[in-house]
Design a protein around this ligand. Structure first.
Ligand SMILES: [Zn+2]
Ligand SMILES: [Zn+2]
Length: 341
């Protein structure tokens, strides 16, 4: 089968490799679409990936076979793939299966090869069925929406004013979900005009270019001088955190959905005292959050497809990576791998 593989000296390359076989307790999946994730980019640039890694975890596809110890699946069943968890450890019991250290298995960034390939092998608990009326491209982006939904859940906010910092796929997904959940006003802060336009289309009441406009002054105007009740950091820009400390309302919640690996200068930590806001981060998402986003897609409440800036065949990924993904010119790159549904 065809696969895009990470090679230490050459980066991403297309190669012909043996297709996986559905042994004992696993399922063989024919991949339809795989989304390229920001974390794939970070991993490729980190220099930490082992030679020969196949990345790709935002996959939709159909069941193509299973091992002798598996039952309950039908050939051609439409699924997306999410990590497994043990269900018994401290984090699993506390409702944080995405932090499970004991039994977490995943494709692309874990112990199983990923979906920048024509076929993948998964464990049965990793399969989430795709409801009728959701196509394979939307399905492959359910996880992007689930990540945003998980950030909203983690903030524990139920409504009111909200600022989304960063209009990448997760920031834009957050805007759409906040609209669906009744938050108002919704403000998107994003430097690129194309992404601000998508933000408006997805339900933002106001959009702002943080590099050219005065976010502090606009915040006073849009929130009657109170500040935002919720701020979701989705850009990965470290400077946004101290700024969020200033823009948050008292009793509000800041949630970092993007992952910041560098250090953050917090110049006014006492704002945490004076405002008693909650400051938290969100990691990954649950099967339930993925199911919810798929159900909203089936009901026509979410259409992720406008996020796709580049729809390409698998073998075009290495070149697109160099020319558009690495220089930051894409929104969502979607790979067309097998037969789409
Ligand atoms: Zn991802
Ligand atoms: Zn666990």
């Amino acid at each position: 089968m065809k696969a895009v593989i990470y090679r230490r000296e050459r980066g991403l390359v297309t190669e012909e490799v043996p297709a996986p076989r559905p042994e004992d307790g696993t399922i063989l999946v024919r991949v339809a679409n795989t989304g390229f994730c920001g974390s794939d980019h970070s991993l490729i640039e980190s220099g930490l990936l082992p030679d020969g890694t196949i990345l790709g975890h935002e996959a939709s596809g159909t069941v193509a076979g299973w091992g002798s110890a598996v039952s309950g699946f039908t050939e051609g069943a439409r699924i997306i793939v999410r990590p497994t968890f043990c269900g018994q450890c401290r984090d699993c019991r506390a409702g944080r299966p995405y932090l499970c250290r004991a039994g977490r298995r995943t494709i692309g960034i874990g112990d199983l090869p990923g979906a920048f390939a024509e076929y993948i092998r998964i464990y049965p608990q990793m399969a989430i069925p795709v409801p009728e009326g959701v196509d394979s491209r939307n399905a492959a982006m359910a996880e992007t929406f689930a990540a945003a939904l998980h950030g909203i859940h983690t903030s524990q906010s139920r409504g009111g004013s909200v600022l989304v910092m960063g209009g990448g796929p997760i920031g834009l997904a957050a805007v759409r979900l906040l609209k669906l959940l009744g938050f108002t006003p919704i403000v998107l802060s994003e430097p690129l005009p194309e992404k601000r336009d998508l933000g408006r289309r997805f339900g933002a009441d106001h959009v702002i270019d943080p590099l050219r406009e005065d976010l502090r002054r606009s915040t006073r105007e849009w929130t009657a001088g109170i500040g935002f009740e919720t701020i979701l950091e989705c850009s990965g820009a470290a400077g946004n955190i101290p700024e969020a400390f200033e823009l948050i309302a008292s009793g509000g919640a800041i949630c970092m959905i993007s992952i910041l690996f560098g250090s953050i200068p917090i110049s006014q930590p006492m704002l945490m005292n004076f405002k008693e806001f909650r400051f938290t981060g969100a990691y990954s998402n649950t099967h339930g959050e993925n199911r919810q986003c798929l159900a909203w897609m089936a009901a026509g409440e979410i259409d992720a497809r406008p996020l796709i800036s580049d729809l390409i065949p698998l073998e075009a990924l290495p070149r697109l990576y160099r020319e558009r993904i690495h220089p930051g010119k894409t929104v969502k790159v979607m790979l067309r791998i097998g037969e789409e549904f």
